[in-house]
Each structure stands twice: as C-alpha cells, then as structure tokens.
Ligand binder design. Structure first.
Ligand code: ATP
Length: 209
C-alpha cells in the first residue's frame, strides 16, 4: 500500500460492502474528483462472528466483489482489515497506511450515517489526527446536520470536509432485499458484481445459470 511519492492524497473508504453497490462508487468518484485524490483504497471490514448477520457474505466474496467493482475505475482494494485478527478498528488501518506511506495526506471517506457517529469511534482523537474526515449526505436533508456535526468535531481537533454530492439512494440492504425477493438489481450494482452474485448464489438469490 505505498504511494511512491511525497504528500500524495490517499483516501481510505471502508465498509462492509455486503455487497458493494453503485452508491459506494458514486461517493468515491465524487470525492476523487472534488478533492483531487491520487489514490483511493476500498477496504472491506472484517465482521466479528458475533456480529455477523445471516445475509453477510463471506469475506472472500465481499473482497472479490470489491475487486470487480474497483477495476474499471482504477480504485484499489486492500485486504488489510480482513487479514488482521481480533477487532478491526479504522484507526489501526489508518496507522498502517500512515506507516507505509510516509508523507501522504490521508482522507477517510464516508456517508452521513457513519460521519455522525465519529465521536464514538475507537480512539477518535487519534483518528482525527491521522486523516481528514470526509462526508457526503445520504438523504435530502442531510447537509445541515453534517455541517453542524463537522463544526462540533473540528472543535475536538478533527479536520473535516463536507461535500454536496448528488444523492444516489442505494444501500446494500436494498440490494440484498431485492435479490432475496427475486427482483432485478441492474443499475444498482456494477454488471460484474451482479454476475458474481448470481454465479455464487449470494443473498438467497435464485440462479438462472
Ligand atoms: P447496509 O445497507 O448493509 O447497512 P450500506 O449500503 O450502508 O450497507 P456500507 O458498506 O455499510 O454500505 O457502507 C460503507 C460506507 O458507504 C459508509 O460510509 C456509508 O455511509 C457509505 N454509503 C453507502 N451507501 C451510500 C450512498 N448511497 N450514498 C453515500 N454514501 C453511502
């Protein structure tokens, strides 16, 4: 995970990615453009067994779907959190990125739901020191709330960036629900991801193949 140059803009985008969908890609593309990011790493998170839901796909499937989605966009995928044993904290991943990419400027990308909980994240002070917290709304009324929260965590030492990206109201929950009910998911996930889901019978879908 090395950038090969000083002060390059390196962004981390973490998530369960169960599965990765077009809302994720839209967010990343928007930030990449607005912030002039040099590299974006998609980092699927390890879900501890006691938190795993029945419709959580295996880590290897979530990772592979991220790779399929990332490739056409020139995004990178890291298995750093999947490989790490024990609880997986974003702050540890950022520390690793910081170590491996000295001089890089780190950005943490996320949707509103995650941003509004940042204060409660493990070692949030250290998290705020390591990277700029970047958020975009997930619904119509989100922006005001995000700006107010950004101000609040700035007073705690965070660097923030709130971006007015156009909304793409997709969630993994929506995608899984449609698959389970036999409804099409075209346009919600990249074609290669859709094909992977079908081929591997993920999320209770019925394969046509
Ligand atoms: P689920 O429906 O299973 O909770 P999700 O769609 O929220 O999943 P995650 O993998 O949990 O996806 O989210 C990873 C990150 O992507 C989070 O920071 C989340 O806020 C953000 N995100 C997900 N969907 C969107 C979207 N449509 N627009 C903006 N941000 C999004």
């Amino acid at each position: 995970m090395e950038t090969g140059g000083p002060m390059r803009k390196l962004a981390m985008f973490g998530g369960t990615f169960n599965p990765i969908h077009n809302g994720h890609l839209h967010l990343v593309q928007g930030f990449r453009e607005r912030l002039g990011l040099d590299r974006v790493l998609l980092i699927p998170s390890r879900v501890p067994p006691h938190k795993a839901a029945a419709d959580l796909a295996d880590a290897k499937d979530r990772l592979e779907m991220c790779r399929l989605a990332a490739q056409p966009y020139g995004l990178e995928v890291s298995d750093a959190e999947l490989l790490r044993q024990g609880p997986s904290y974003t702050v540890d991943t950022l520390r690793q990125l910081h170590r491996e990419n000295p001089g890089a400027e780190l950005y943490l990308l996320m949707g509103a739901d995650m941003f509004l909980t940042l204060e409660h994240w493990y070692q949030s002070g250290e998290l705020f020191r390591l990277a700029r917290m970047c958020a975009a709304p997930r619904d119509e009324n989100g922006r005001g709330e995000l700006l107010a929260y950004a101000e609040r965590i700035e007073s705690l030492g965070a660097k923030t960036h709130v971006e007015e990206l156009s909304l793409l109201p997709v969630s993994s929950t929506l995608v899984r629900g449609r698959i389970a009910r036999g409804l099409p998911i075209a346009g919600l996930v990249p074609k290669a991801v859709e094909a992977y889901i079908t081929a591997h019978h993920l999320y209770g879908g019925i394969s046509n193949g």
